[in-house]
Design a protein around this ligand. Structure first.
Ligand code: ATP
Ligand code: MG
Ligand code: MG
Length: 356
Protein backbone atom coordinates (compact mmCIF):
# COMPACT_ATOMS: atom_id res chain seq x y z
CA UNK A 1 0.00 0.00 0.00
CA UNK A 2 1.33 3.43 -0.95
CA UNK A 3 1.35 6.40 1.40
CA UNK A 4 2.61 8.95 -1.09
CA UNK A 5 0.54 12.13 -1.14
CA UNK A 6 -2.28 11.71 -3.60
CA UNK A 7 -1.09 14.47 -5.97
CA UNK A 8 2.35 12.89 -6.30
CA UNK A 9 0.86 9.47 -6.83
CA UNK A 10 -1.50 10.75 -9.55
CA UNK A 11 1.29 12.75 -11.19
CA UNK A 12 3.45 9.62 -11.35
CA UNK A 13 0.63 7.58 -12.84
CA UNK A 14 -0.38 10.09 -15.50
CA UNK A 15 3.09 11.41 -16.35
CA UNK A 16 3.11 14.87 -14.77
CA UNK A 17 6.15 16.34 -13.10
CA UNK A 18 6.28 17.03 -9.37
CA UNK A 19 7.41 20.61 -10.03
CA UNK A 20 4.66 23.10 -9.39
CA UNK A 21 2.26 20.22 -8.76
CA UNK A 22 -1.23 21.19 -7.61
CA UNK A 23 -4.38 19.16 -6.99
CA UNK A 24 -7.66 21.03 -6.42
CA UNK A 25 -11.34 20.12 -6.45
CA UNK A 26 -13.21 21.23 -9.54
CA UNK A 27 -16.93 21.56 -10.31
CA UNK A 28 -19.89 20.42 -8.28
CA UNK A 29 -20.42 16.75 -9.15
CA UNK A 30 -22.38 14.60 -6.72
CA UNK A 31 -21.21 11.16 -7.75
CA UNK A 32 -17.49 11.06 -8.41
CA UNK A 33 -14.62 13.00 -6.85
CA UNK A 34 -13.38 15.36 -9.54
CA UNK A 35 -10.13 17.34 -9.32
CA UNK A 36 -7.81 19.38 -11.45
CA UNK A 37 -4.21 18.13 -11.45
CA UNK A 38 -1.62 20.62 -12.69
CA UNK A 39 2.13 20.83 -13.05
CA UNK A 40 4.08 23.69 -14.68
CA UNK A 41 3.30 22.43 -18.18
CA UNK A 42 -0.13 20.89 -18.24
CA UNK A 43 -3.48 20.42 -16.55
CA UNK A 44 -5.76 17.44 -16.55
CA UNK A 45 -8.93 16.37 -14.81
CA UNK A 46 -8.59 13.38 -12.50
CA UNK A 47 -11.63 11.59 -11.23
CA UNK A 48 -12.09 8.98 -8.50
CA UNK A 49 -15.03 6.91 -9.69
CA UNK A 50 -17.78 6.12 -7.23
CA UNK A 51 -17.79 2.34 -7.20
CA UNK A 52 -20.87 2.14 -4.94
CA UNK A 53 -22.87 3.70 -7.76
CA UNK A 54 -20.79 2.13 -10.55
CA UNK A 55 -19.66 -1.33 -9.44
CA UNK A 56 -18.00 -1.96 -12.81
CA UNK A 57 -15.75 1.07 -13.50
CA UNK A 58 -13.90 -0.75 -16.32
CA UNK A 59 -17.15 -1.00 -18.28
CA UNK A 60 -17.98 2.63 -17.54
CA UNK A 61 -14.65 3.77 -18.96
CA UNK A 62 -15.03 1.40 -21.89
CA UNK A 63 -18.47 2.85 -22.72
CA UNK A 64 -17.16 6.41 -22.56
CA UNK A 65 -14.17 5.57 -24.76
CA UNK A 66 -16.39 3.96 -27.41
CA UNK A 67 -18.44 7.17 -27.53
CA UNK A 68 -15.30 9.29 -27.54
CA UNK A 69 -14.05 7.34 -30.59
CA UNK A 70 -17.35 7.69 -32.44
CA UNK A 71 -17.56 11.43 -31.75
CA UNK A 72 -13.93 11.91 -32.80
CA UNK A 73 -14.68 10.28 -36.17
CA UNK A 74 -17.68 12.58 -36.57
CA UNK A 75 -15.52 15.59 -35.67
CA UNK A 76 -12.93 14.59 -38.30
CA UNK A 77 -15.72 14.70 -40.87
CA UNK A 78 -17.00 18.04 -39.57
CA UNK A 79 -20.17 16.35 -38.27
CA UNK A 80 -19.59 17.26 -34.61
CA UNK A 81 -18.21 20.59 -33.53
CA UNK A 82 -18.28 20.44 -29.72
CA UNK A 83 -15.14 19.48 -27.83
CA UNK A 84 -14.83 15.83 -26.82
CA UNK A 85 -13.90 14.67 -23.33
CA UNK A 86 -10.99 12.32 -24.00
CA UNK A 87 -9.56 9.81 -21.57
CA UNK A 88 -5.81 10.05 -21.01
CA UNK A 89 -3.75 6.91 -20.43
CA UNK A 90 -1.36 6.28 -17.57
CA UNK A 91 2.33 6.01 -18.43
CA UNK A 92 1.62 2.25 -18.63
CA UNK A 93 -1.10 2.80 -21.24
CA UNK A 94 -4.03 2.04 -18.91
CA UNK A 95 -7.23 4.12 -18.79
CA UNK A 96 -8.10 3.22 -15.22
CA UNK A 97 -5.64 3.34 -12.34
CA UNK A 98 -5.81 1.77 -8.90
CA UNK A 99 -4.71 3.77 -5.86
CA UNK A 100 -5.22 1.90 -2.60
CA UNK A 101 -8.15 0.01 -4.10
CA UNK A 102 -9.80 3.16 -5.45
CA UNK A 103 -10.34 3.67 -9.17
CA UNK A 104 -9.01 6.81 -10.83
CA UNK A 105 -9.07 8.04 -14.41
CA UNK A 106 -7.78 11.13 -16.18
CA UNK A 107 -9.64 13.27 -18.72
CA UNK A 108 -8.50 16.09 -20.94
CA UNK A 109 -9.20 19.38 -19.19
CA UNK A 110 -11.44 21.64 -21.22
CA UNK A 111 -10.03 25.06 -20.35
CA UNK A 112 -11.73 28.40 -20.97
CA UNK A 113 -15.02 26.89 -19.88
CA UNK A 114 -17.50 27.06 -17.04
CA UNK A 115 -20.44 25.00 -15.89
CA UNK A 116 -23.70 26.32 -14.45
CA UNK A 117 -25.68 24.85 -11.57
CA UNK A 118 -28.93 26.63 -12.34
CA UNK A 119 -30.31 27.79 -15.69
CA UNK A 120 -30.14 31.58 -15.77
CA UNK A 121 -32.22 32.33 -18.86
CA UNK A 122 -34.16 30.84 -21.75
CA UNK A 123 -31.14 31.55 -24.00
CA UNK A 124 -28.93 29.47 -21.74
CA UNK A 125 -31.49 26.64 -21.66
CA UNK A 126 -31.59 26.62 -25.45
CA UNK A 127 -27.79 26.50 -25.69
CA UNK A 128 -27.63 23.57 -23.25
CA UNK A 129 -30.45 21.67 -24.95
CA UNK A 130 -28.83 22.26 -28.32
CA UNK A 131 -25.53 20.82 -27.00
CA UNK A 132 -27.30 17.67 -25.78
CA UNK A 133 -29.17 17.56 -29.10
CA UNK A 134 -25.92 17.76 -31.09
CA UNK A 135 -24.47 15.01 -28.91
CA UNK A 136 -27.53 12.79 -29.49
CA UNK A 137 -27.53 13.52 -33.23
CA UNK A 138 -23.86 12.61 -33.56
CA UNK A 139 -24.58 9.30 -31.82
CA UNK A 140 -27.71 8.41 -33.82
CA UNK A 141 -25.70 5.95 -35.94
CA UNK A 142 -23.79 4.51 -32.97
CA UNK A 143 -25.01 1.04 -32.07
CA UNK A 144 -26.43 1.53 -28.55
CA UNK A 145 -26.10 -2.21 -27.86
CA UNK A 146 -22.33 -1.75 -27.65
CA UNK A 147 -22.86 0.09 -24.36
CA UNK A 148 -22.69 -1.95 -21.19
CA UNK A 149 -25.66 -1.29 -18.85
CA UNK A 150 -23.60 0.29 -16.03
CA UNK A 151 -26.82 0.81 -14.04
CA UNK A 152 -29.34 -1.74 -15.30
CA UNK A 153 -32.97 -0.55 -15.63
CA UNK A 154 -31.91 3.04 -14.97
CA UNK A 155 -35.03 4.57 -16.54
CA UNK A 156 -37.29 1.54 -16.22
CA UNK A 157 -40.26 3.04 -14.37
CA UNK A 158 -42.04 -0.33 -13.99
CA UNK A 159 -39.01 -1.69 -12.17
CA UNK A 160 -38.78 1.44 -9.99
CA UNK A 161 -42.46 0.96 -9.09
CA UNK A 162 -41.86 -2.66 -8.01
CA UNK A 163 -38.91 -1.59 -5.86
CA UNK A 164 -41.05 1.15 -4.28
CA UNK A 165 -43.90 -1.25 -3.48
CA UNK A 166 -41.43 -3.59 -1.85
CA UNK A 167 -40.07 -0.79 0.39
CA UNK A 168 -43.62 0.27 1.33
CA UNK A 169 -44.45 -3.32 2.29
CA UNK A 170 -41.27 -3.77 4.34
CA UNK A 171 -41.27 -0.33 6.00
CA UNK A 172 -37.80 -1.03 7.40
CA UNK A 173 -37.34 2.34 9.09
CA UNK A 174 -41.00 2.93 10.03
CA UNK A 175 -41.43 5.95 7.78
CA UNK A 176 -44.51 4.79 5.86
CA UNK A 177 -46.79 6.58 8.32
CA UNK A 178 -45.03 9.95 7.78
CA UNK A 179 -45.22 9.64 3.99
CA UNK A 180 -48.79 8.38 3.64
CA UNK A 181 -49.98 11.20 1.37
CA UNK A 182 -47.00 10.90 -0.96
CA UNK A 183 -47.33 7.10 -1.09
CA UNK A 184 -51.04 7.33 -1.91
CA UNK A 185 -50.25 9.88 -4.62
CA UNK A 186 -47.73 7.49 -6.17
CA UNK A 187 -50.18 4.62 -6.30
CA UNK A 188 -52.49 6.82 -8.41
CA UNK A 189 -49.78 7.56 -11.00
CA UNK A 190 -48.61 4.08 -11.94
CA UNK A 191 -50.42 4.28 -15.29
CA UNK A 192 -47.33 6.25 -16.38
CA UNK A 193 -45.26 3.06 -16.17
CA UNK A 194 -47.70 1.35 -18.55
CA UNK A 195 -47.58 4.32 -20.91
CA UNK A 196 -43.80 4.05 -21.00
CA UNK A 197 -43.80 0.27 -21.38
CA UNK A 198 -46.40 0.43 -24.17
CA UNK A 199 -44.58 3.03 -26.26
CA UNK A 200 -44.64 2.15 -29.93
CA UNK A 201 -42.56 3.51 -32.81
CA UNK A 202 -40.00 5.05 -30.49
CA UNK A 203 -36.53 3.61 -31.09
CA UNK A 204 -33.94 2.77 -28.47
CA UNK A 205 -31.05 5.23 -28.84
CA UNK A 206 -27.67 5.77 -27.25
CA UNK A 207 -28.66 8.25 -24.52
CA UNK A 208 -26.75 10.48 -22.15
CA UNK A 209 -29.15 9.81 -19.26
CA UNK A 210 -27.96 12.71 -17.09
CA UNK A 211 -28.77 15.83 -19.10
CA UNK A 212 -28.48 18.37 -16.30
CA UNK A 213 -27.15 21.83 -17.06
CA UNK A 214 -23.92 21.16 -15.12
CA UNK A 215 -23.15 18.24 -17.41
CA UNK A 216 -22.18 20.56 -20.23
CA UNK A 217 -19.55 23.25 -20.43
CA UNK A 218 -20.04 26.79 -21.73
CA UNK A 219 -17.26 28.80 -23.35
CA UNK A 220 -16.05 31.47 -20.91
CA UNK A 221 -15.48 34.02 -23.66
CA UNK A 222 -18.55 33.60 -25.87
CA UNK A 223 -20.93 31.64 -23.60
CA UNK A 224 -21.72 29.22 -26.45
CA UNK A 225 -21.71 25.48 -25.75
CA UNK A 226 -18.25 23.98 -25.53
CA UNK A 227 -18.71 20.33 -24.56
CA UNK A 228 -21.09 17.69 -23.28
CA UNK A 229 -19.47 16.00 -20.30
CA UNK A 230 -20.18 13.27 -17.73
CA UNK A 231 -20.78 10.28 -19.99
CA UNK A 232 -21.01 7.91 -16.99
CA UNK A 233 -24.61 6.89 -17.55
CA UNK A 234 -24.58 6.73 -21.35
CA UNK A 235 -26.67 3.67 -22.11
CA UNK A 236 -29.41 2.61 -24.50
CA UNK A 237 -32.59 4.57 -23.78
CA UNK A 238 -35.15 6.95 -25.25
CA UNK A 239 -34.53 10.53 -26.25
CA UNK A 240 -37.75 11.35 -24.37
CA UNK A 241 -35.90 10.61 -21.12
CA UNK A 242 -33.01 12.94 -21.97
CA UNK A 243 -35.55 15.61 -22.86
CA UNK A 244 -37.56 14.91 -19.70
CA UNK A 245 -34.50 15.21 -17.49
CA UNK A 246 -33.77 18.63 -19.00
CA UNK A 247 -37.34 19.67 -18.22
CA UNK A 248 -36.95 18.32 -14.69
CA UNK A 249 -33.67 20.08 -13.99
CA UNK A 250 -34.08 23.34 -15.94
CA UNK A 251 -37.73 24.38 -15.84
CA UNK A 252 -38.37 25.03 -12.16
CA UNK A 253 -37.00 28.24 -10.66
CA UNK A 254 -36.51 26.36 -7.36
CA UNK A 255 -33.77 23.85 -6.44
CA UNK A 256 -34.95 20.23 -6.21
CA UNK A 257 -34.88 20.35 -2.42
CA UNK A 258 -36.63 23.71 -2.07
CA UNK A 259 -39.64 23.74 0.25
CA UNK A 260 -41.10 26.78 -1.50
CA UNK A 261 -43.56 24.58 -3.35
CA UNK A 262 -45.69 27.56 -4.43
CA UNK A 263 -42.89 28.51 -6.75
CA UNK A 264 -42.11 25.02 -8.08
CA UNK A 265 -43.47 25.18 -11.60
CA UNK A 266 -42.61 24.80 -15.24
CA UNK A 267 -41.43 28.07 -16.71
CA UNK A 268 -43.02 28.10 -20.15
CA UNK A 269 -40.23 30.09 -21.78
CA UNK A 270 -37.62 27.62 -20.54
CA UNK A 271 -39.69 24.64 -21.72
CA UNK A 272 -40.03 26.25 -25.13
CA UNK A 273 -36.28 26.92 -25.28
CA UNK A 274 -35.57 23.28 -24.44
CA UNK A 275 -37.90 22.04 -27.16
CA UNK A 276 -36.32 24.35 -29.75
CA UNK A 277 -32.74 23.67 -28.68
CA UNK A 278 -33.01 19.90 -28.47
CA UNK A 279 -35.23 19.25 -31.49
CA UNK A 280 -33.27 21.30 -34.02
CA UNK A 281 -30.11 19.14 -34.21
CA UNK A 282 -32.29 16.01 -34.12
CA UNK A 283 -34.53 17.18 -36.97
CA UNK A 284 -32.91 15.04 -39.70
CA UNK A 285 -33.33 11.86 -37.63
CA UNK A 286 -36.33 12.18 -35.34
CA UNK A 287 -39.76 10.82 -36.26
CA UNK A 288 -42.95 12.66 -35.38
CA UNK A 289 -43.98 9.89 -32.93
CA UNK A 290 -40.65 10.22 -31.20
CA UNK A 291 -40.96 13.99 -30.95
CA UNK A 292 -44.49 13.72 -29.54
CA UNK A 293 -43.18 11.16 -26.99
CA UNK A 294 -41.18 14.01 -25.38
CA UNK A 295 -44.40 14.92 -23.59
CA UNK A 296 -44.29 11.58 -21.80
CA UNK A 297 -40.64 12.26 -20.91
CA UNK A 298 -41.59 15.63 -19.39
CA UNK A 299 -44.05 13.84 -17.09
CA UNK A 300 -42.08 10.66 -16.38
CA UNK A 301 -38.77 12.15 -15.29
CA UNK A 302 -40.01 14.43 -12.45
CA UNK A 303 -42.33 11.64 -11.29
CA UNK A 304 -39.70 8.93 -11.49
CA UNK A 305 -37.04 10.84 -9.61
CA UNK A 306 -39.66 11.76 -6.98
CA UNK A 307 -40.53 8.08 -6.69
CA UNK A 308 -36.84 7.23 -6.30
CA UNK A 309 -36.41 9.85 -3.54
CA UNK A 310 -39.46 8.37 -1.80
CA UNK A 311 -38.17 4.82 -2.18
CA UNK A 312 -34.85 5.89 -0.68
CA UNK A 313 -36.64 7.73 2.16
CA UNK A 314 -38.58 4.56 3.02
CA UNK A 315 -35.36 2.58 2.86
CA UNK A 316 -33.48 4.83 5.32
CA UNK A 317 -31.61 7.17 2.90
CA UNK A 318 -29.07 4.73 1.54
CA UNK A 319 -28.67 5.98 -2.01
CA UNK A 320 -29.00 9.77 -2.20
CA UNK A 321 -26.87 11.78 0.17
CA UNK A 322 -29.02 13.66 2.66
CA UNK A 323 -28.24 16.61 4.94
CA UNK A 324 -31.14 16.13 7.37
CA UNK A 325 -33.66 13.45 8.29
CA UNK A 326 -36.51 14.58 6.03
CA UNK A 327 -34.30 15.69 3.13
CA UNK A 328 -35.47 12.95 0.76
CA UNK A 329 -39.12 13.59 1.66
CA UNK A 330 -38.66 17.30 0.94
CA UNK A 331 -37.25 16.37 -2.48
CA UNK A 332 -40.23 14.05 -3.06
CA UNK A 333 -42.70 16.87 -2.42
CA UNK A 334 -40.74 19.20 -4.66
CA UNK A 335 -40.53 16.76 -7.59
CA UNK A 336 -44.19 15.78 -7.28
CA UNK A 337 -45.15 19.47 -7.28
CA UNK A 338 -43.19 19.89 -10.50
CA UNK A 339 -44.78 16.77 -12.00
CA UNK A 340 -48.24 18.09 -11.10
CA UNK A 341 -47.47 21.42 -12.73
CA UNK A 342 -46.31 19.66 -15.92
CA UNK A 343 -49.67 17.84 -15.96
CA UNK A 344 -51.56 21.05 -15.20
CA UNK A 345 -49.94 22.82 -18.14
CA UNK A 346 -50.50 19.92 -20.54
CA UNK A 347 -52.23 21.80 -23.32
CA UNK A 348 -49.80 24.71 -23.54
CA UNK A 349 -46.67 22.54 -23.23
CA UNK A 350 -47.94 19.95 -25.70
CA UNK A 351 -48.74 22.66 -28.21
CA UNK A 352 -45.08 23.70 -28.15
CA UNK A 353 -44.07 20.15 -29.16
CA UNK A 354 -46.78 20.01 -31.80
CA UNK A 355 -45.63 23.32 -33.28
CA UNK A 356 -42.14 21.96 -34.07
P1 ATP B 1 -22.89 14.30 -11.45
O1 ATP B 1 -23.25 14.71 -10.10
O2 ATP B 1 -23.49 15.19 -12.52
O3 ATP B 1 -23.08 12.84 -11.78
P2 ATP B 1 -20.05 13.71 -11.53
O4 ATP B 1 -19.72 13.48 -10.12
O5 ATP B 1 -20.24 12.50 -12.41
O6 ATP B 1 -21.32 14.66 -11.66
P3 ATP B 1 -18.68 15.28 -13.58
O7 ATP B 1 -19.94 15.85 -14.07
O8 ATP B 1 -17.95 14.36 -14.50
O9 ATP B 1 -18.86 14.60 -12.13
O10 ATP B 1 -17.67 16.47 -13.21
C1 ATP B 1 -18.03 17.41 -12.21
C2 ATP B 1 -17.76 18.81 -12.67
O11 ATP B 1 -16.35 18.96 -12.96
C3 ATP B 1 -18.46 19.24 -13.96
O12 ATP B 1 -19.76 19.72 -13.74
C4 ATP B 1 -17.51 20.31 -14.49
O13 ATP B 1 -17.74 21.54 -13.82
C5 ATP B 1 -16.13 19.80 -14.06
N1 ATP B 1 -15.47 18.99 -15.14
C6 ATP B 1 -15.56 17.66 -15.30
N2 ATP B 1 -14.83 17.24 -16.35
C7 ATP B 1 -14.26 18.35 -16.86
C8 ATP B 1 -13.35 18.58 -17.96
N3 ATP B 1 -12.90 17.57 -18.70
N4 ATP B 1 -12.93 19.85 -18.19
C9 ATP B 1 -13.37 20.87 -17.41
N5 ATP B 1 -14.21 20.72 -16.37
C10 ATP B 1 -14.65 19.48 -16.09
MG1 MG C 1 -21.85 15.61 -13.65
MG1 MG D 1 -22.10 11.93 -13.33
Amino acid sequence: MSNLPLAVELAGLFGLSEQGLKLNPIGNGHINTTMLLRDKEQALVVQKLNTDVFPDPEQLVNNARLIEKHLSEKAENALYSLEIIKHLPTTQGEFLADINGEKWRALEFIGGSFSEEVVKSAEQAEIAASAFGQFAAALQDFDAKQLFPVIPNFHNLAMRVELFKDKVAKDVVSRVATAQNEIAFCFDQFGLADELANLRNVPLRPCHNDTKINNMLFCTETEVAKAVIDLDTCMPGYWLCDFGDMVRTCCSPEAEDSTNLENVKVREDIFHALVKGYAKPLAPFITNDELQSFWLGAKVLPFMIGLRFLTDYLDGDNYFSTKYAEHNLVRVRNQFALYQDVCRQESVLKSMLEAI
